[in-house]
Ligand binder design. Structure first.
Ligand code: NI
Length: 264
């Protein structure tokens, strides 16, 4: 079975057919989904989906583009969900985005660290969004999860979602115990760096994700993405590593079950 560790089924791109689509995921071999918060509006929607569907779990947290909307009320709402809702299993997505640069870097870094603290206080994993911000993301992770810090001792650290950086950085992240989220991009041509990462980094450190409605794999690139397309990602990883698709599914499934501590 396939574990989709990063989806946005709360997104309006699914407004027309959300219920039918979610209802047919299980027969397509999608065993679990983490629906991930990003904006202010998405937090209650994530919680609603996780409460309604037994196989959907949720992550609450504010995307770096959206941290300007954080206020006391929303902060309390996120904490309440993390503390009291057993279906909320991670803090995310949080991080740094210097590509769109919607918020000043110091503001992004401040809220990235504050949200990491929410996770660390509760022994929860984080789902990290990082775009065009390799050095600063690594600096924050080293500061809060590096050797000698309390975060280093945590068994479950988190995922660098939609991993796009170098093999050297990948080794540092996985050396600390982070997983790399691999999605549709691995099926694209001209992504030699990512293909090298997927080839070299052991499967024990990789997870499957869609980031749907975005990031649809070939041959559906540019269309609305969903967990139904994950077999293309599984096939691409299997081809790069020279292993079976079953092994990719089974190992990434087990990785995700361990990380999110989903009851069997
Ligand atoms: Ni996302």
């Amino acid at each position: 079975m396939i574990f989709d560790t990063h989806a946005h089924y709360d997104d309006e791109a699914f407004s027309e057919d959300r219920e039918d689509l979610i209802a047919s995921l299980k027969e397509a071999g999608i065993g679990h989904v983490i629906d991930v918060g990003a904006s202010k509006a998405s937090q209650p929607l994530v919680k609603g989906l996780a409460d309604r569907y037994d196989f959907i779990y949720g992550a609450l947290g504010m995307h770096p583009d959206e941290v300007g909307d954080l206020d006391d009320r929303l902060w309390e709402y996120i904490k309440e969900g993390l503390d009291h809702d057993p279906k909320i299993v991670a803090v995310g997505e949080i991080g740094l985005d210097y590509h769109w640069d919607v918020q000043p870097h110091d503001v992004q870094i401040h809220w990235f660290k504050e949200q990491i603290r929410l996770a660390q206080e509760r022994d929860l994993p984080i789902l990290v969004h990082s775009r065009s911000a390799a050095a600063d993301t690594m600096a924050v992770i080293q500061e809060l999860y590096g050797e000698g810090t309390p975060g280093f001792a945590m068994k479950r650290k988190g995922i660098i979602h939609c991993y796009s950086y170098s093999l050297e950085q990948a080794k540092l992240y996985t050396g600390l115990g982070f997983y790399l989220g691999i999605g549709g991009v691995v099926t694209f041509k001209n992504v030699r760096k990512l293909k090298k990462v997927v080839t070299e980094i052991p499967l024990d450190h990789l997870l499957l994700e869609t980031d749907c409605p975005y990031m649809a794999p070939e041959p559906n690139r540019g269309k609305r993405n969903s967990s139904f397309y994950l077999p293309y990602v599984v096939q691409a990883i299997a081809d790069l590593k020279g292993i079976s698709t079953e092994e990719v599914e089974d190992t990434t499934w087990k990785n995700a079950m361990d990380l999110f501590q989903i009851p069997v």
